[in-house]
Write a protein that binds this ligand. Sequence first.
Ligand code: BMX
Ligand code: ZN
Length: 305
Amino acid sequence: MTICLAVDIGGTKIAAALIEMYSAAKSNIVARHLIETRSSGDPLLLTAALAELLGPLAASADYVAVASTGIIDNGVLTALNPQNLGGLDHFPLHNVIAQITDLPVYLINDAQGAAWAEYLAYRQEFADLAFITVSTGVGAGLILNHKLITGSRGVAGHAGHMLVDPQGPQCGCGRRGCVEVIASGRAIAAAGQAVFGGTCSGMQVYQLYLQGDARAQAIIRRSADAVAELIANLTITLDLDAIVIGGGVGLAENYIGLVKQALVKMPDVYRPQVLPARCDIDAGLLGVAQWVAKIDGQGKNNFSL
Ligand code: BMX
Ligand code: ZN
């Protein structure tokens, strides 16, 4: 048995956990820690947060497996949408974590990692599956023919930046009308602030929606409709069996119900099974730990991505 120090860096939270790895699909989380992501253009703030979180855990681990928001290519985090990280764009994630922990470090995108965890949690029932997280941003991970697709530059699955409305708002990635700029937690907060004013959060807009406020309903429905369009686009492109939805917004009360309502209006060929994430907030942590165990036979080799 080896111990993996798993890390999940999202736009809002950074989670870390020590995970006992029995096999590539069997693991047990023994200790979990969570801090807020100090979103800032200053890389030193993220370095300090990682040192604080990972420093004390490193001595108990054999290797580090990191699932992070952003494009992960050759150990460097490049933000596709820097606004999700307070303007932080380029960050040498591999080197920073290797220095803090003095352990082998493996990296993957957060939604890619979560997709792998959900594929295993659904007992490999589906050969072709997409995981979509509706959270700070909108991320996705693809499993095709039982394989996780990361892409040669780590970009594969960034489906939150597919077009949903050519006249829509400008996305932080530089494109106009992406799913993310309409459906994400940040987009819901921005739409809420435009309507209700002040510093209205995405969570507050969602509460208003649940209480039946018509303006909040329109915002949440627009988000769910955009995700339904994304599901239809992915399904018609990749011939998917199922879509698993996760993330703080994606798993909020009735959100999947709204997505399904929008999909029902489409022809059958656009409608895969739509299922809730089984690993909930641990999907990124478990997925990256399990993915490393698979590619590296328990993470024993000194192999870094
Ligand atoms: C963004 C992008 C993706 C990420 C997705 C969900 C950045 C910094 N992130 O589309 O890489 O997977 O958000 O991220 O460009 P989360 O922070 O909401 O989990
Ligand atoms: Zn975009």
